[in-house]
Design a protein around this ligand. Sequence first.
Ligand SMILES: Cc1cc2nc3c(=O)[nH]c(=O)nc-3n(C[C@H](O)[C@H](O)[C@H](O)COP(=O)(O)OP(=O)(O)OC[C@H]3O[C@@H](n4cnc5c(N)ncnc54)[C@H](O)[C@@H]3O)c2cc1C
Length: 142
Amino acid sequence: MHQRVAGSFRVGPVLLAGDAAHINSPLGGVGLNSGIHDAMDAARRLGRIGRGGADVEAELAAYDRVRRTVAVEYVQADTQRNTDRLRETDDAVRRQHQDDMRAIAADPERARAYIRRVSLLESVRRFGIGTPPTELELEEVG
Ligand SMILES: Cc1cc2nc3c(=O)[nH]c(=O)nc-3n(C[C@H](O)[C@H](O)[C@H](O)COP(=O)(O)OP(=O)(O)OC[C@H]3O[C@@H](n4cnc5c(N)ncnc54)[C@H](O)[C@@H]3O)c2cc1C
């Protein structure tokens, strides 16, 4: 398995979405989900552009920034962690990971936060889907 994220999800008027923009380990089950979020985000922006009055450059730039941030900070980070844990051969480290998961499962607040993150709901709360550029606060992503 290998993981890749395109350097940009947008070249001029062309947008990359789904596996064309980001491929990841299937351990986490978020590749298709995040691709659908890409498509929904793009559709809302293109809808505003098509209806007229939207800032085309700002909308397309926001698509790139939001969806690439989600791919790097959520999809790639979580699926890489899952893959690394599965590959771990050191018994002590494996036991520590299992203890960590048991502690999360035993604490309803931590369990809810964990599920919100790995199901991508946290990323949707953070950025919305197709949120207008004027309502987004975005930092640089690596
Ligand atoms: C083992 C495994 C398990 C997975 N489990 C999950 C899961 O549980 N949950 C989840 O969310 N995701 C999962 N995924 C990821 C998910 O399958 C992908 O993220 C998703 O299918 C990507 O959809 P896509 O439309 O972006 O790309 P694709 O499904 O790759 O679709 C691209 C399409 O474009 C076609 N195409 C390519 N080149 C051309 C061309 N030149 N002209 C015309 N057509 C072309 C291809 O034939 C293909 O049909 C899993 C992946 C794997 C491998």
